[in-house]
Write a protein that binds this ligand. Structure first.
Ligand SMILES: Cc1ncc(COP(=O)(O)O)c(C=O)c1O
Length: 457
């Protein structure tokens, strides 16, 4: 009998609880600070931006939080997502390693982002929110929130980084199809955007700027609109834990347990989503799975950033958190993995990296696309440029296992498909894609601008 390729769970196997890393953090948390006073934030400040239920999740130390039935019902549109064994890729590499991948591109919008968008829309609806504002880079997160807004009947305003808005119209059209309004950021719609445009009408925008605009739009709405963030925050990472909880059951079906779990990192949510449930077993049950985060060389927050308090956005309106940062004013090079162009990283992930519980590596753009194309030609799925970072590293691990004659079990998260990223693939095919070295000088300049926070060590 031939060996199975797909490991599929039924709807009844859908996890009923999210996993909250706060309960098991082996290192103490750092406070979240108000961007104006530099003092710890109060729920009052956060409640301007978020509904109370999400604020409570952010600070909760319960190990598990029940997934409301209404959310489970929507998850069933695409969850549980499949886990596959990449047998053809293994064969092409001639590796003794077993490579598994969890496919989050199976969601309606093509990435893991709806796992939290659906939850955030649900809790906002329950709190009476009429409209949500958000930012998006290449458009995956904006599409997810637009989709969730349509399901829960909440208006969605998306500030889309201008360079992507102009270069990638199809994601914008998808968001508009779901009923969202999309603005090129910087936009004249907010005071911050208007001021930036006055200074530089041709500004290409950045994620940090788009976040500032979305935060301003919510904060100045007199309570009518709330803000929604697609990564970085604790509740977002927790909603994504459903990926790892499913993967644990699916690895069990496959009769194996991963030696290494790999995922790309922008703000850290899909990495945390797949890795934290395995980390729980490392911390509680003596497992020794390596947890490996992959970032682009052009925005290497973990491997090159400074572990310090910094603003989450460019205009200094969002809360300050302790994270590995390249500086809130740093604008990364225009790599095609728009979702990885962020200056900072989720605080829990940074604390775990700092304490040695997870590893990180930075990879260059061209080698990342080489891996993406090899994956497409063997496994058939065209990966999102972000997800291709995980594939690059999974292939490198498999080749290392080959060299060492080691039957390593590798699991990576394929966080999304790349059907809207074909221009990037064309640039690769025509030799126009280039690598961007680590921009040491720009980062040094940006780091000089960190907030001066005095905290007991
Ligand atoms: C397909 C895909 N993968 C990964 C990411 C990175 O985000 P995060 O680190 O929050 O998972 C993004 C962000 O937009 C994305 O679109």
């Amino acid at each position: 009998m031939s060996e199975p390729t797909k490991f599929i769970l039924s709807e009844n196997d859908l996890p009923k609880r999210w996993y909250n890393i706060n309960a098991d953090m082996p290192v103490p948390p750092n406070p979240v600070l108000h961007p104006g006073t530099l003092e710890p934030v109060t729920p009052d400040f956060l409640s301007v931006l978020f509904p109370m239920e999400l604020i409570m999740q952010e600070v909760s130390t319960d190990q598990y939080i029940d997934i409301p039935e209404e959310i489970q019902e929507v998850y069933k549109l695409y969850r549980p997502t499949p886990l596959l064994r990449a047998r053809r890729l293994e064969k092409a590499l001639g590796t003794p390693a077993h490579i598994y991948y969890k496919y989050e591109g199976a969601s309606p919008v093509g990435s893991h982002k709806p796992n939290t968008a659906i939850a955030q829309a649900f809790y906002n609806k329950a709190a009476g929110t009429k409209a949500l504002t958000t930012e998006t880079g290449a458009g995956q997160w904006g599409s997810a929130l637009a989709f969730a807004g349509a399901l829960f009947d909440i208006a969605v305003e998306v500030f889309m980084v201008k360079v992507s808005y102009e270069q990638k119209p199809y994601r914008r059209i998808l968001m508009e199809t779901y009923g969202a309004e999309v603005f090129a950021s910087p936009s004249p719609r907010t005071q911050y955007g208007a001021a930036l445009l006055k200074e530089n009408p041709d500004s290409p925008g950045s994620l940090g700027i788009a976040i500032s605009e979305a935060v301003e739009a919510a904060a100045s709405s007199e309570g009518k609109k709330k803000y929604s963030l697609g990564s970085v925050l604790g509740h977002v990472l927790m909603h994504q834990s459903i990926i790892g909880e499913e993967a644990l059951k699916q690895m069990d079906l496959a009769g194996e347990y991963p030696d290494v779990v790999i995922s790309c990192i922008g703000g850290g949510s899909n990495f945390a989503g797949i890795a934290y449930p395995f980390l729980r077993h490392n911390l509680k049950d003596g497992k020794k799975t390596r947890l490996l985060a992959v970032e682009p060389e052009a925005a290497p927050s973990l491997t090159q950033g400074t572990f310090a308090f910094d603003y989450g956005d460019t205009a200094k309106m969002a809360p300050i958190v302790k994270m590995h940062t390249l500086g809130h004013s740093f604008v990364p090079a225009p790599i095609h993995a728009g979702g990885l162009r962020y200056h900072g990283m989720a605080p829990s992930l940074c604390a775990l990296y700092d304490a040695g519980y997870i590893e990180a590596v930075a990879v260059p753009q061209v080698a990342t696309f080489e891996a993406a194309v090899q994956f497409a030609r063997t496994e058939g799925i065209l990966p999102a440029p972000e997800s291709a970072h995980a594939i690059r590293t999974a292939i490198d691990e498999a080749l290392d296992a080959k060299e060492k004659g080691d039957k390593r079990v590798i699991l990576f998260n394929l966080s999304g498909h790349g059907h809207f990223d074909l221009a990037a693939y064309e640039a690769y095919h025509t030799g126009k894609l280039k690598d961007y070295q680590y921009p040491r000088k720009e980062v040094e300049t940006a780091l000089a601008d960190l907030p001066q926070v005095s905290m007991p060590a």
